[in-house]
Design a protein around this ligand. Sequence first.
Ligand code: BTN
Length: 244
Amino acid sequence: GEIVYLDATDSTNLRAKDLAAGGASEGTIVIAEMQTAGRGRKGRGWFSPPRQGIYVSLILRPTMTPSEAPGITLMTGVAAAEALLSLTDLDVRIRWPNDLMVGGRKIAGILTEISTEMDRIDHVVVGLGVNVNNRHEDLHPQIRESATSVLIETGQVLARAGLIRAILEHFETSYAIFSQKGFEPFRQRWKELSGIIGRCIVVEMIGRTLAGEVLDIDPEGLLILRDDEGCRHRIVSGDVSDRS
Ligand code: BTN
């Protein structure tokens, strides 16, 4: 696929969505040195200072039903975690559905945007942001306590090009498997990296909050939660925190 490399842009996800709407093929990659309006889930931003992090978006055209698409985010989380693990000795964990964490702080996030046409997927944009060479004092005050970077955790500068390469290689291999078999081949590894099964958590969703014990992640990547009344819920996305 084509690689669109930008010095600066508003958001690589927005650029990728424009390109996809214009017919760009699967495998097109948009990567930027900085974003002026980096986007996170739920309308939040993504702090994207020049040359400190990785800001990349991938255009996919999967032939699957929209219900299988959430698995793409989870599979991408596994691929990005494996890439980080291959280059660093960080204890990388996954926080469902889309955050990579080190020591309880966020080091990377994934924003998956699905565009459907007549109940079919037209394209998916998977956006990944990784905090790589940010120093603690470089982090925006709003996220200084909740975020971290490779540099903060290891004390060493990591060449972003090598990390991008590792991420894209892991992603490519994983996506080929995902296209054939869905999320299932990644499920076990995802459970190991997330450590979420069996934990008591609170999930904040748009419009409601649920608390309970995580029983499993299902083959499509939905979280199975049992609440205090014993009712089971299948949840596609939300903000997770530990129940205190
Ligand atoms: C989140 O944690 O809420 C998701 C953050 C995703 C950030 C990445 S950076 C590259 C891509 N472009 C964006 O505007 N967002 C994603």
